[in-house]
Design a protein around this ligand. Structure first.
Ligand code: GLY
Ligand code: MN
Ligand code: MN
Length: 454
């Protein structure tokens, strides 16, 4: 936990923006995998964490603005509970550590909500939270005022948060170094992924999302399986750690299964790396992330044109979405307590504004962040090129964007796979700063690691 003043300040800021009524922040519950007592690893709700720092199931924070009270609802562990869990810090002490003066029994939440006052609550992503809200008579819509206030607050990372994010990215770097050091032809994807998870947990945290580790990098979110790594293939590894303060890291590297990339793999890799570099150079307060996404897309198109896969004017190709045959997703997203920060609150609020709405077009509809960057935002930059056979076949049959795409050449890439490169950045007054220690990224740096394979 941070010092209690951090949480007090966060709650005071929120109260002053919301102004009146009650703010209700339910924490998460344990969640059974296949029966109640066999639970998934507990993960506290990130908004609850942000405003209390308490990672424990069964709690609810009520901020009564009108009566200037903050109340933590929950039940102290009984002796019966402690038989199974071991001694727990008391709720009273936890409340004290976060600077909340009152604790009440969980069943009393309903009383705190009594009356005709406005109760501000957030969108729900877990069914048990939904049931709680219904049982408290809260069947209306989430509070847009609360969503907007929290998004504005959590988007701007404080110094202490950036330190924690850097720790999470640092562990993520160790995970990727491990992957690049141990992956060998003959191993399964799962065998490599298992060791990444070990790095995350032995460093005090967990994974910030289920690892993507695959020799089929063209499948955007392909999780590891028992596929055996073979010489000549590439491993796309998109993985990150959540540190012990629950901040996330999110990095991607693509590296050869053998000692080195093939010449063709190097050519495609260089295109992605160049697009990432161009996007990084464009990061700065005031820049529209959507424009940076399109800039990266344009550089991907320039590279693909040099390679003979695309033709025509790159700007026009991007304007007409022709690049989405190869880059079907977005350039990046916000990152913080969640790997896709605050997306449970709604992408329309986190990544867009009342004036800038998300596009419904293929490609742009997957751009999670479009709005203007501000100082102290933390974002990922993750361009890629993905050769998806079913998409190539479908577009080719339709002759879609044939003025920009050289389908005869593209067909030769049906089995190429995919390449993504991802790093995490803090937006600074001058531009941006890479978070965490640098991780091998150039072809030379990756070959230097992979050539050491025994
Ligand atoms: N980890 C999925 C992503 O990079 O957004
Ligand atoms: Mn990622
Ligand atoms: Mn990402």
């Amino acid at each position: 936990m941070f010092a209690k003043e951090v949480y007090q300040k966060r709650r005071n800021q929120l109260k002053s923006v919301i102004g009146e009524g009650i703010i209700l922040l339910p924490g998460n519950e344990e969640s059974g995998m296949n029966f109640r007592d066999n639970t998934y690893p507990f993960r506290q709700d990130s908004c609850f964490l942000y405003f209390t720092g308490i990672s424990r199931p069964g709690l609810c924070l009520v901020i009564d603005i009108d009566n200037d009270q903050e109340i933590l609802f929950g039940d102290e562990a009984t002796v019966d509970d402690i038989v199974w869990t071991g001694a727990l810090e008391t709720l009273t002490l936890q409340a004290e550590k976060t600077g909340v003066a009152f604790t009440r029994k969980k069943v009393e939440v309903i009383n705190a909500l009594a009356g005709n006052r406005t109760v501000h609550f957030l969108p729900v992503y877990r069914p048990e939270t939904s049931l709680k809200l219904i049982s408290w008579g809260l069947t209306g819509q989430p509070s847009v005022a609360l969503i907007k206030a929290i998004v504005a607050q959590r988007s701007v990372k404080s110094e202490e948060e950036v330190k924690e994010i850097e720790k999470a990215v640092g562990i993520s770097v160790l995970m990727h170094q491990k992957a690049m050091e141990i992956a060998r032809p003959g191993m399964t994807e799962n065998a490599v992924a298992a060791q990444l998870q070990a790095v995350a947990t032995e460093n005090g945290g967990y994974l910030s999302f289920p690892s993507i580790l695959t020799v089929n990098g063209e499948i955007l979110h392909n999780h590891p399986g028992n596929t055996i790594l073979q010489n000549g293939q590439m491993v796309l590894c998109d993985a990150g750690a959540e540190n012990n303060m629950h901040y996330a890291g999110d990095l991607t590297r693509t590296f050869p299964v053998g000692h080195s990339f093939t010449t063709l793999q190097q050519e495609v890799y260089s295109i992605v790396l160049n697009a990432q570099q161009k996007a990084i150079e464009a990061l700065k307060p005031g820049a529209l992330f959507k424009d940076i996404h399109l800039l990266a897309a344009e550089h991907l198109v320039i590279g693909l044109t040099d390679l003979g896969l695309m033709k025509g004017d790159p700007k026009q190709a991007v304007a007409e979405d022709a690049h989405t045959l190869f880059f079907q997703c977005g350039l990046g997203h916000m990152m913080g307590l969640d790997v896709h920060d605050m997306e449970n609150l709604g992408e329309e609020y986190v990544g867009y504004t009342d004036e800038l709405k998300k596009s419904k077009a293929f490609g742009l509809k997957s751009l999670r962040l479009g709005k203007k960057l501000e100082q102290d935002f933390v974002v990922t930059v993750e361009p890629g090129l993905y050769f998806i056979p079913v998409l190539i076949d479908s577009w080719s049959a339709e002759k879609k964007h044939a003025e920009f795409i050289n389908y005869e050449k593209v067909k030769q890439f049906r089995d190429f796979g995919g390449i993504r490169i991802e790093d995490d950045f803090l937006i600074t007054a001058a531009g941006s700063r890479l978070l965490g220690p640098p991780l091998a990224k150039t072809i030379e740096e990756i070959h230097a690691i992979r050539s050491g394979l025994k």
